[in-house]
Design a protein around this ligand. Structure first.
Ligand code: DX5
Ligand code: ZN
Length: 223
């Protein structure tokens, strides 16, 4: 089952709750929330109080909860991960380079009741999965360098996505394979063909006039 996860980094911050509701009505499966600290990445975005503010909006009109998917681009990881768990995150992912003790950070996220993910930059190899995959619920392959929306998709990461899919299959566990950066109706199919099942898209969705039409166009490419 494919999932579309609009990134609210590209939403209108003055109307964030309304934007979350609109994109859920338009067919979003998850809400992707990008956290940047001007230290691990050269940009600053949103903290736990903003996650807590949008959490009540992460629900369909029928009342079904929509997962809040928090992507931490921050260093260090642990203290803020716990704050995001308290703010209502359902999934929390982080970059292994940003934690001195990756296994401890994963344990902290799970102990806080969240699903846990690791994120791989375009130049980061997957080797850390050798000793972490059993704790993971999500692997996120970055198809741009983290820090900014609206960048061009880097096709070289598709081989890494294929390798990640093989590693997931070898576990026999239900681990989502997510991609983030430069995803549009034009790039989504190549990612799916590489084994990706969860697609983050910021500017392609929130930069369009018709969120539902854009999400529908993405799903059509997946069918
Ligand atoms: C980049 C973020 C992305 C970003 C994607 O560092 O992790 O989630 O919002 O934006 P687009 O879809 O515009 O590339
Ligand atoms: Zn992201």
């Amino acid at each position: 089952m494919n999932r579309i996860a609009p990134s609210v980094l590209a939403a209108d911050f003055a109307r964030l709750g309304e934007e979350v509701r609109s994109v859920i009505r338009a067919g979003a499966d998850w809400i992707h929330f990008d956290v940047m600290d001007n230290h691990y990445v050269p940009n600053l975005s949103m903290g736990p109080s903003i996650a807590a503010a949008i959490k009540p909006h992460c629900v369909t009109d029928e009342g079904t909860a929509v997962p809040l998917d928090v992507h931490l681009m921050i260093k260090p990881v642990d203290a803020l991960a716990e704050q995001f768990a308290s703010a209502g995150a359902d999934l929390i992912s982080f970059h292994p380079e940003a934690s001195e003790h990756v296994d401890r950070s994963l344990q902290a996220i799970k102990a806080a009741g969240c699903r846990a993910g690791l994120v791989f930059n375009p130049a980061t190899p997957l080797e850390v999965l050798d000793w972490t995959i059993d704790r993971l619920d999500l692997i996120l392959i970055m198809s741009v360098n983290p820090g900014f929306g609206g960048q061009a998709f880097i096709p070289a990461v598709l081989d890494k996505a294929r390798e990640a899919r093989e590693r997931i299959e070898a576990t026999g566990r239900d681990i989502r394979l997510q991609i983030d950066g430069g995803i549009t109706a034009d790039t989504i199919r190549a990612a799916a063909d590489a084994g990706v099942d969860t697609f983050v898209a910021g500017s392609a969705i929130f930069g369009s006039d018709d969120y539902a039409g854009t999400i529908r166009a993405m799903r059509e490419r997946l069918d």
